[in-house]
Design a binder for this molecule. Sequence first.
Ligand code: ADP
Ligand code: TRP
Length: 331
Amino acid sequence: MSRILTGIQSSGKPHLGNLLGAIRPALELASQQNEPAFFFIADLHALTTVHNPVQLQENTYAVAAAWLAMGLDTERHVFFRQSDVPEVCELSWYLGCVTPYPMLANAHAFKEKAGNLAEVSAGLFTYPVLMAADILLYDTDIVPVGKDQKQHLEIARDIAGAFNRRYGEIFKLPTGFFQEEVMLLPGIDGRKMSKSYGNTLDVLGDEVELERRVRRIVTDSTPVEAPKDPGRCIVFQLYAAVASPEEVEEMRRRYVEGGYGYGQAKAELFRVLRERFAPQRAAYQQWMRDKAALEAILQKGAERARAEAAKVLGRVREAIGFQARVPSFRW
Ligand code: ADP
Ligand code: TRP
């Protein structure tokens, strides 16, 4: 029996990479366990990049609707918004106090921006500490995430280890779970598909927009008649992630044979994206029209999450020399 936990930032609309690289594998893994899994929307983390309050809220609902549209059972699993569990901020502080500076200075996300330190907030710098708190607050065993989160997982384990060395065996060491078959999906410009690059395919969103973006996928200038290398084509890589093995084989054959243009490959990719995600798209759009229902689900999830968080936080508070329970104030 293992407890699974994962989160997705509400930093934009959920895209194909999030669905195939995070949500679907997490739901599959959770369905194999008897214990409820913990899934949340990382809106505190999103604050490092989203500064518009309306946008932040809209993104949060969009990520929630995506999880539900992909089949998350909220009776069974605990589904909540990170900021509804303030205990995570408290734990984050305690963890920050055992985290050595170089551990954070070596994080990829920070290093990328280290050339322009004036742009780096303390929140961005300590992002991995908050992520460690997310994981450790619920005695998590397994964290399914895309490969881009591997380093964050290692940092979470290191922080747990550092805390345990100082205060005793308080935390479980979580393990990452990286879906081998799901590579990091490329975006329409060939870089990793990411909300922050604006290169995503939003398969749950508007179909017309989706088609427009599929047409914009970057390809080389090999003429229609010439044979093409499927391994180096983004259209093919995306197709391989969503089409059936037979369909993928067929497209590979056409690429190698020649006489098959990128325009045709894009039309075929769009067809498969539109068809395979049709039920999820309908469900997503229905949830997005009923924010009150989404809110009610998130509130119920937060109550369950807080009950669990209080147990671990009590253990931590006691270990560091505080009272196990936060005293309630009387004015
Ligand atoms: P983004 O990079 O779009 O901001 P997040 O960082 O919020 O996405 O990622 C949420 C989850 O989706 C993580 O588990 C991450 O590994 C996964 N993920 C993000 N982008 C991709 C991608 N291009 N391919 C596969 N998985 C991805
Ligand atoms: N950093 C993760 C991402 O960008 C999101 C996240 C925040 C997360 N807290 C987490 C993922 C805890 C797994 C566990 O994808």
